[in-house]
Ligand binder design. Sequence first.
Ligand code: UD1
Length: 377
Amino acid sequence: MNDHLKITNIVGARPNLPKIAPLMHEMKRHPEVEPLLIHTGQHYDDKLSDIFFRQMGIPIPDVNLEVGSGSHAVQTAEILKLVEPVLIDQQPDVVLVVGDVNSTIAVSLAAVKLGMRVAHVEAGLRSFDRSMPEEINRILTDALAEYLFVSEEDAVENLLREGRPRESIFFVGNVMIDSLRYFLPLAQQSRIGEELGLVTDSSWRDFAVLTLHRPSNVDSLDKLREIMSALDSIAAQLPVIFPVHPRTAQRLLQGGIVHHPDLRLIEPMGYLDFLCLLSRAALVLTDSGGIQEETTALGVPCLTLRENTERPITITQGTNVLVGTDPEKIVVAARKSIASRASTRPLPPLWDGHAAERIVDTLSRVVPRNKSAFAVY
Ligand code: UD1
């Protein structure tokens, strides 16, 4: 039997990169697997893309579609159009997508329409909030994918409720936590604490880390002003390090929003410096998805500035608290959290650094190598 397995892997935006890194490393360890990598170019800045490739040793993509920014429709349509000929040319046995960004759904749709099998890593997460573009991307990608790799048990239930067959669902753990565990020792050698004046005589002072980029939080200037007023109050208590996403930077500039001097706005950071800061923070405030998981894995208190989360295990078994965006509630929750600190808890099941191994083993076992069966165009 021909054992050779050709996997086309897809990345597009920053949060995809710590997920694909351990998968590409693992695929390289399997002689029967031929991994290819397509970057859609949804994120293109050095600080949102290239630095992650360098730091995490992700191979240079075989193809970069260079789609760049645009409205959701334009970005999704461009990816669909540009990826189709590449997939036809590569003829993979399976196309692997991660996460919930526009690149995830766009490539999945192009692939299934070519009769190709799709594997979705981080399947089944649901915020049940259809105003989030990522929620739409998750639902649609999971409807299309044949292999659904799940990072927490609630996701299995979500997929079954949506009628996905049990035999397509594989509970394998969390690839982003594979990266975190692998890179943490290196991240802890980062000098970012010294650079930001958070370390004196080898000891760290208390500080918080903030990330904010959800359209629902930053696109309305009134909403952004409200949230920033809460963050000013927190910064009056301890420095808040705020690596600013380009979307948020544009809005802050547009609104002429001023802030407390200890709310320290800096450029987006590379993976290792950011992981170093996360691991040392007294408190993290975020509206990101992945950071809720990283803080749970690190045992660092996290306040999520959203009304819902697609990652409920970070609340039930982790350090995450959903506080929403009411400024008073944010300030009260931050004070409480700083006073109490997180207790150590066991990690969620299978967040053990071996998710990528389980995924590649499974694909090797279950994906048929019968390209001729595909009704390609
Ligand atoms: C995207 C993802 C989101 C993810 C986030 C992480 C979707 C629907 N959203 O949102 O899930 O959490 O990435 O960063 O896929 N820009 C740059 N340089 C870049 C990329 C973008 O300056 O390299 C600017 C552009 O002006 C763009 C804006 O940032 O208009 C927003 O970028 P975009 O990729 O559209 O969405 P994100 O908000 O980053």
